[in-house]
Every structure is written in C-alpha cells, then in structure tokens.
Design a protein around this ligand. Structure first.
Ligand code: BGC
Length: 447
C-alpha cells in the first residue's frame, strides 16, 4: 500500500444495510420462520435485530453526524405486501418518513427491493422456484416505485441472486434449505427475468432512475495453479456462480444452463453493484482458503486486491461504472477493544480502489450498526457502530470515526491511516479468533 495521501476524487462513501437484518419485529418473512428451527448459530431470530424499525431516527442522526452523503437501505417486502396483492399503506408511509428524513439530512438513499427475505405467502408457493414469483415481484416493484419515486431514484432490484439461490437450494444455509442444482438454476433464471423486467418497469415509471443489482463476486483462484483439475474447477465455479449471472442480469444474455432469455440482448443495469468480501482457493466444490493468508473472524480471507479485480471484470463485461454496494469484515475485537483490524481493512480496501484506474464511483461499507447476520445470528460483528443487543445502545467504533474523517477531509491521508491503524495486524490461520460464541464482554471504548 502506498504511503501518500490519496484524494477521493469524487468517490462517495457510505454504509449498507438490509431490512431483515436491522429492523426487528417482523414475523411474516421466511427468515423469521427458518430461525424457529435449529438453523441459526446462536439460536437468535431477526425479531430483535437492531430494533431499527423503531430507532431509525436515532440511526439516521448518527449517520448524518458522521457526515456520510449516501446510504444503501433495504425494504421488507413481507411488511409492505403482507398478503398477495394487499399493500399496507401505513408501512409505506413509515418508510417514506425514514427516506424523507435521510433526504433532509442530505443523505442520498440507494434502495434495495429484495435482499434474501420473502413474504411467507411467496415462500409457501414455492418461492423463487415458481415462475409466478416473477409476476409477484413485479407487482410489488410497481407499487413501491410508484409510492416512493419522489424520494428515491436509485434502486437495487435484487441483492446477490447467486448467494440467495445457493444458500437456499444448495448449501442449506437459508430457507427452504433443500439441496437441488435444478432448483438453484431455476431460481437464478427466475430472478434474472424478474430483474430484466423490473429494470424496464422502474424506468417506465421514473425514466431517470439508476437501476442495478448488487452482484456478489468472489476472486476465484486455483489452490495449486499447476493442478489442471483445480484450474478447471476455478473456471467452472466462476462461470456458474457469477459470470453467467453478470451476463444474464447485466445484458439479458443467457448462457446454456440458464435457458432462453425473454428479452433482446442489451444493457439492463445503469451502473453495476458489486458486493465483494473475499477470495476462494479452489480445489473442490466448497470454498477454501490459501494457507497462511490474513483472515477475518469468520475465517474469510482478507484480499483487498480482489475488490479491484472483480470491479474490473464487471466494468469490462458490462461497460458501466461500478458501485461497491457491499464490502466489509467480521471483526469482533477482543475483551478490551470493539474492533481489532477493521480500520486497517478499510485503509487497504479504499487504498486499492484509489490506486486503481477502474471507474468505481461509490463505496458502501457493510455495515453501519452490527446486525443480525442470517445463519450466523448475532455472532459476527460487521458494523462500524457497535450494537449492544440487550439495551440497543449504539457505540461508535474507531472505524466510524476513521471513515467520517476520510469523508469530511475528502482524502485517504497517510495521517489518518497512521492514527487509526497503528499496531493493527490481520489474523492468520494460527492466530485467528474465529467467532463461535457470543461476544459478551462489556465494550471498553466509549464514543
Ligand atoms: C449479504 C449481507 C451479509 C453479508 C455478510 C452479504 O453476502 O448481502 O446480507 O450480511 O454478506 O455476511
């Protein structure tokens, strides 16, 4: 990493979140139901989460104090459309209040329409394996975009279709938890069609809107670059998990396993959202890591250059600018610190962006306040703000202050890096403090 100060050059920085992971209180979605079974590492459910449904004003206020100009937020479909075709106007009004408040504070929202969770009625009807899900999604999108278009003009239709499809239908990491390659591909296909039509629908309502997906890409690399089997699997994984979806969602171009495209080939994203977390060393079908690499507290490799590699790939394939719609790390700190290496992670990833020539326009860090991490429950802490789940007290972590200084000064300066990352090192396979139990110690660092 270079040691000089780097101007942001127009890169906008904020944070990202998803409704189910922060709102709390909703029992009408598939993840709440799934969390009733033995599926969540700590037995928690999204019912508690951050109570953001009631505390949104406080969260917005904190965000505006920190000075972030943008925020990615999500909507809960099951709240908005609790029964098929029946929309809850009070819920939309509540979202309107939150969005208007962001606007007043000068924070521009990027709004996600689908982020892993489905209304129970959709789940009962075969969720996204059923082609009728496409129609249902478009009905919901039409309602929401018409209701919010005076406050929102940036939309993510679907978050990580590849992660959704594989966790739900291949790896048993999410509802309904079956194992079927056929269903996985069906879901990818239906979500792609839903996005392509939603792209056109949103533009027919608000022609100037910016519409995209949040695509999850990993850097895939053969564990042994001299092993032809590892090399073959690397290309196969990359194609099946991400590249074919880049083409399908971004261009309407369906490869052989996706079936026929319903639309003429064209451009179906205005920018491309990238969620990037890690690199995978490939020697089989499951994710692996290279030996002795830096790891986060969930054992995922920290590989900043991958952020640029994946951005470059998307930009070259689709010809549109990249927005990093998610990037972050599980860092649970230790008994005396709220975090151990997130500031270094931020310096390394932002540094990689600023050192590259790829047109990356936005960076949304995952996430703002520590939140409910799906099947990992409340265990891993991804937030730049600490959440005490018992009291719902928010405590600013050093990384919040660091990001705030970067945004306010308009540069990633060597001084900021030196002050926030002094003494920080990443964990490795031999030093990792892999999280598997709740972080119960009292936070020592005060705002
Ligand atoms: C998801 C987020 C999740 C994050 C960290 C991403 O794949 O979009 O919802 O919290 O990873 O696990």
């Amino acid at each position: 990493m270079s040691n000089t100060s780097r101007p942001l050059n127009g890169l906008l920085i904020g944070t990202a979140s998803a409704a189910t992971q922060i709102e709390g209180g909703d029992t009408n979605n598939n993840w709440y139901e799934w969390a009733q079974g033995p599926n969540i590492a700590d037995g928690s459910t999204p019912f508690r989460a951050n109570d953001h449904w009631n505390r949104w004003r406080e969260d917005n206020e904190l965000m505006s104090e920190l000075g972030f100009p943008i925020a990615r937020i999500g909507l809960e479909w099951s709240r908005i459309e609790p029964e098929p075709g029946h929309f809850d106007h009070a819920v939309i009004d509540r979202y309107r209040e939150e969005l208007a408040d962001l606007k007043e504070r000068g924070i521009k929202p990027l709004v996600t329409l689908h982020h892993f969770s489905n209304p129970l009625w959709l789940e009962r009807n075969g969720q996204w394996t059923n082609p009728l899900s496409i129609k249902a999604f478009l009905r919901y999108v039409r309602y929401v975009v018409r209701a919010l278009s005076d406050l929102v003009d940036e939309w993510v239709t679907i978050n990580e279709p590849n992660v959704y499809a594989t966790q739900a239908h291949l790896f048993r990491e999410g509802p309904p938890g079956n194992v079927s390659m056929r269903d996985t591909l069906k879901v990818m296909r239906h979500m792609a069609i839903a996005h392509l039509y939603a792209y056109e629908l949103i533009h027919s309502i608000t022609p100037d809107a910016t519409v995209t997906i949040a695509h999850h890409l990993r850097s895939f690399a053969p564990l042994n670059p001299n092993n032809p089997w590892h090399k073959f699997l690397t290309s196969a994984d990359s194609y099946l998990f991400q590249d074919q979806l880049t083409e399908a969602f971004g261009k309407g171009k369906f490869g052989p396993v996706m079936g026929r495209s319903p639309v003429p080939e064209g451009r179906y994203v205005d920018v491309i959202g990238l969620n990037y977390y890690s690199r995978t060393a490939v020697d089989g079908l499951k994710d692996g890591t290279f030996p002795d690499v830096p790891l986060n507290d969930l054992g995922w490799e920290i590989y900043p250059q991958g952020l640029v590699e994946c951005s470059k790939d998307l930009n070259e394939r689709l010809g549109v600018p990249v927005w990093i719609t998610e990037n972050g790390c599980a860092d649970n700190g230790d008994a005396n610190h709220l975090e151990s290496f997130r500031p270094k992670f931020l310096a390394d990833h932002l540094g990689a962006i600023l050192d590259s020539s790829v047109p990356i326009e936005r960076y949304y860090h995952w996430c703002f306040v520590d939140n409910w991490e799906w099947s990992d429950g409340e265990i891993p802490r991804f937030g730049i703000v600490y959440n005490d789940y018992e009291t719902q007290r928010r405590i600013v972590k050093p990384s919040s202050r660091m990001l705030s200084e970067i945004v306010k000064s308009g540069e990633l300066s060597s001084d900021i890096i030196a002050r926030y990352t002094a003494g920080q090192t990443y964990r490795t396979p031999s030093t990792i403090n892999r999280v598997g139990t709740k972080h119960t110690s009292d936070p020592q660092e005060k705002p």
